[in-house]
Design a protein around this ligand. Structure first.
Ligand code: BTN
Length: 288
C-alpha cells in the first residue's frame, strides 16, 4: 500500500488536541531535524523545562536503540521527543532510570490502542509491536544528573538532570515506503487499519498517558514496584517465549523469557544451564 494521504503535523493542530497540564505545553514542531532526541537534549542543556516536546515531520539522522539508525522519512509518521525533568533521590535514581523507558512504552501502547483501535504489545524493553511486526520504538537518553548547587539544600537530598524520551511510530507510512530490509519486519498504523491516523490526536493521547505515568512513577517506586512489574508484564509479549538475546558485552544467549525483575530487568532461563540471567540491556529476538 502506498502512504495514505495525511495532514501535516502543525503546532495549532497538536495544541487543539492537548489535554495535559505540562507535557507538550512548550512545543517545537519542526519540518526537518537531524534527530528530535538530539535537538531536545540540546534544549534541555540550555535550560528548556520539564515537559518540553519536539516533533518533526522528518529526521535526517534518526537514532534507534543500540546505536542503530531510525528510518525517518516524511511519510506521515511520528518522531517525537519529550524532556522529563524530575528531582530524584539518589537512592532511587538507577531504578527510576530503568523503569522510565518501560512505563513510557506502556503509555505509548495504551495511547495507540485507544486512538487506532489496534492491539499493540511490547517486546522487552520498549519495542512497540502489532503481532510480530514492529510498529515503533522508544529511545530514552539522559544527561546532566548531579546534585543541585543550592547551598540551602543538603547535597544528597535530590539529584537533578533530564531524560529525553524519544518515540518513533510508523503511522501513515505504506509498506512500499519502508526500505527493502524493513519490509518483512515493520508495519504502520495505516497498514493495520487501512485508514490515515491523525497524528495530532495520537500525540496528544501519548502525552496524556505519559504525563500520568511519569507523575505516578517516582512516588510509587520505593513501595509499589510490583505494580509496575504486573502492569508492564501484561503488555510484554516477550514473556514465556524462547528468545535469543544479544548482550551489551557482545555475547549472545538463548533461553526462555521468564519474568520481569523489580528493577525492570528481563529474567531469562538459559537453555544451556537452566539458570536465570537478569538482563538489563540487550537486543531480544523472539524465536517463535
Ligand atoms: C528503537 O530502536 O526501537 C528506538 C527508536 C526511537 C526512534 C525515535 S524517533 C524520535 C526520536 N528521535 C530519534 O532520533 N530517535 C527517537
Amino acid at each position: 500500500m502506498p502512504s495514505i494521504p495525511f495532514q501535516p503535523l502543525t503546532r495549532e493542530a497538536v495544541l487543539a488536541q492537548l489535554r495535559t497540564k505540562t507535557l507538550g505545553r512548550s512545543l517545537h514542531v519542526l519540518d526537518e531535524v537531524a534527530s528530535t532526541n538530539t535537538y531536545a537534549s540540546e534544549l534541555a542543556q540550555r535550560g528548556a523545562g520539564h515537559g518540553t516536546v519536539v516533533v518533526a515531520e522528518r529526521q535526517t539522522a534518526g537514532k534507534g536503540r543500540l546505536g542503530r539508525h531510525w528510518h525517518s522519512p516524511a511519510a506521515g509518521n511520528l518522531y517525537c521527543s519529550v524532556i522529563i525533568q524530575q528531582p530524584v533521590p539518589p537512592a532511587l535514581l538507577a531504578t527510576w532510570l530503568s523503569w522510565l523507558p518501560l512505563v513510557s512504552a506502556v503509555s505509548v501502547a495504551r495511547a495507540v490502542q485507544t486512538i487506532a483501535e489496534v492491539h499493540p504489545s511490547l517486546k522487552w524493553p520498549n519495542d512497540v509491536l502489532i503481532g510480530d511486526w514492529k510498529l515503533g520504538g522508544l529511545l530514552c537518553e539522559s544527561g546532566g544528573w548531579s546534585a543541585p548547587s543550592s547551598p540551602s539544600r543538603p547535597v544528597t537530598d535530590r539529584l537533578e538532570g533530564f531524560v529525553v524520551i524519544g518515540i518513533g511510530l510508523n503511522v501513515n507510512m505504506g509498506r512500499g515506503d519502508f526500505p527493502e530490509e524493513l519490509r518483512s519486519l515493520a508495519t504502520s498504523l495505516a497498514e493495520e487499519t487501512s485508514h490515515a491516523v491523525d497524528r495530532s490526536v495520537l500525540l496528544a493521547a501519548i502525552l496524556s498517558e505519559l504525563e500520568d505515568s511519569t507523575e505516578r512513577l517516582l512516588p510509587s517506586l520505593s513501595k509499589e514496584r510490583d505494580r509496575f512489574v504486573t502492569e508492564y508484564s501484561r503488555w510484554c509479549t516477550t514473556l514465556g517465549r524462547p528468545v535469543r538475546v544479544s548482550l551489551a558485552d557482545g555475547r549472545t544467549v538463548e533461553g526462555r523469557a521468564d519474568s520481569i525483575g523489580t528493577d525492570g530487568s528481563l529474567r531469562l532461563v538459559l537453555a544451556e544451564t537452566g539458570t536465570t540471567l537478569e538482563i538489563r540491556a540487550g537486543d531480544v529476538l523472539h524465536l517463535r
